[in-house]
Design a protein. Structure first.
Length: 427
């Protein structure tokens, strides 16, 4: 009213405040005059509570005081009910015991109110402490493996995931033992193969053409200009792996150097915090994390796109190849290759509306880890898991029979706020 210059409304408001304060004083006098009369004491307490509620300066304080009004009114009604039940009525002088009971009741109500306020403050402090830092950084699988480990752990924390991933005990009832020929790559011949591929690459640069390896059915497209070549030993294994997968009927492609990918990237997306309530509940606040971008070595695509159309939405499996000296038989959760595979898994699954692609981390010999995202009916709603195999063919059968069988897209995993759901993103 003062801001609007309305003197009459200012005066009326001040009178209202004064009258409310007078009401408080008169009600408290009533309490004093009541003496040992339990009925008058209770009624006066209700008057005090109502007057203080009316005089409260803000909505938040009014809400708090209204709780006391309701408590005082309930106590008065309970006193009426109790005395009527015994046929006594509320008569003067029934006394000191009822008054003491009333005082104890009101003190208990105040103590409960103090506990509620303390609990609310603790919850607020905990939420603020768990809030991710307002830094919109970025991370790639290779940088997560080496050089930016702290950023990787921040990403895991921001998304509500745990590290290391839990060891999976998932089994498929209809998963018989695979008896067909297993795939295994001989790393002893990798040097010879890598030399051969380098010679082919030089020939391609001289001719400006794209190389086709007819023996494996793999077409290696011209690489993106900003992308560096993969490790020579690993690169030597890709076309053999693809040939094997194609022979099994899978739509396999090499993307290690960005072949056929826009800007050389298989995925480029932003991770957001996991929702505290069930993901379908609207109106939740999510926190923006960091950008996750990069690619895997090999992918298996679905059959829903055109030939040469390599996009994240088509990926059913990402494969990351490492030599045996980089992932051995021992289970070392802090192995850099695990962080690399986990980052690929996150990048492929964030807000994925078509598939829930796992990532196969393999040395193409006797160590094969399947990383995947599982969903749950209690928080955390999504969890990262991994399962180990000693044969490549068994790992592929687990992926095909157990994970692909449902292929439930994890649409809510790491996604941002819905513009139509009343949700918001906080930095």
């Amino acid at each position: 009213a003062e801001a609007g210059g309305d003197a009459a409304r200012v005066a009326e408001a001040k009178v209202g405040v004064a009258e409310a304060k007078v009401g408080v004083a008169e009600a408290k006098v009533g309490v004093a005059e009541a003496g040992g009369d339990a009925a008058r004491v209770a009624e006066a307490k209700v008057g005090v509570a109502k007057a203080e509620w009316q005089a409260a300066p803000g909505e938040k304080e009014k809400d708090r005081l209204w709780t006391l009004v309701q408590s005082a009114q309930a106590a008065l009604e309970a006193l009426h009910a109790a005395t009527q039940h015994h046929g006594l009525g509320l008569q003067p002088g029934t006394g000191e015991t009822a008054t003491l009971q009333w005082q104890l009741f009101m003190e208990e109500q105040r103590e409960q109110e103090r506990k509620r306020e303390k609990r609310d403050m603790q919850i607020f402090a905990a939420l603020e402490a768990s809030r991710p830092p307002s830094v919109h950084g970025s991370i790639t699988p290779s940088s997560a493996a080496q050089g930016r480990e702290n950023e990787f752990y921040n990403l895991i924390d921001q998304m509500g995931l745990s590290w290391p991933p839990e060891i999976s005990d998932m089994k498929c009832d209809d998963q018989p033992e695979e008896t067909s020929a297993n795939f295994s790559f001989s790393w002893k011949t990798a040097s010879e193969l890598s030399t051969h591929l380098e010679e082919l690459s030089v020939a391609d640069e001289d001719s400006g053409a794209t190389t086709s390896h007819a023996d494996s059915g793999l077409v290696v497209e011209e690489e993106a200009s900003q992308v560096q070549n993969a490790d020579a030993r690993e690169a030597a294994s890709y076309h053999h792996l693809c040939a094997y997968l194609k022979g099994k009927g899978f739509n396999a492609r090499v993307v290690a150097n960005g072949q056929g990918l826009p800007n050389g990237l298989l995925f480029s997306t932003y991770a957001h915090s996991m929702r505290l309530q069930v993901p379908k509940v609207k109106g939740q606040t999510v926190y923006a994390g960091m950008r996750v971008y990069g690619r895997t070595d090999v992918v298996i695509l679905d059959d829903l796109g055109k030939e040469g159309d390599v996009r994240r939405q088509r990926v059913k499996l990402g494969i990351e190849v490492k030599p045996p000296d980089k992932i051995g038989r021992t289970d070392d959760a802090q192995n850099p290759a695990n962080r690399e595979a986990a980052t690929q898994l996150i990048g492929l699954n964030i807000n994925n509306m078509r598939h829930s692609p796992p990532v196969l981390l393999t040395n193409l010999s006797k160590v094969h880890w399947v990383f995947y995202i599982s969903d749950h009916e209690e928080y955390p709603w999504f969890r990262m898991a991994r399962k180990k195999f000693t044969r490549f063919i068994d790992a592929m059968q687990f992926i095909e029979k157990c994970i692909w069988a449902s292929d439930k897209p994890h649409y809510d995993f790491g996604r941002g706020a819905s513009p139509t759901g009343g949700e918001s993103i906080s930095a």
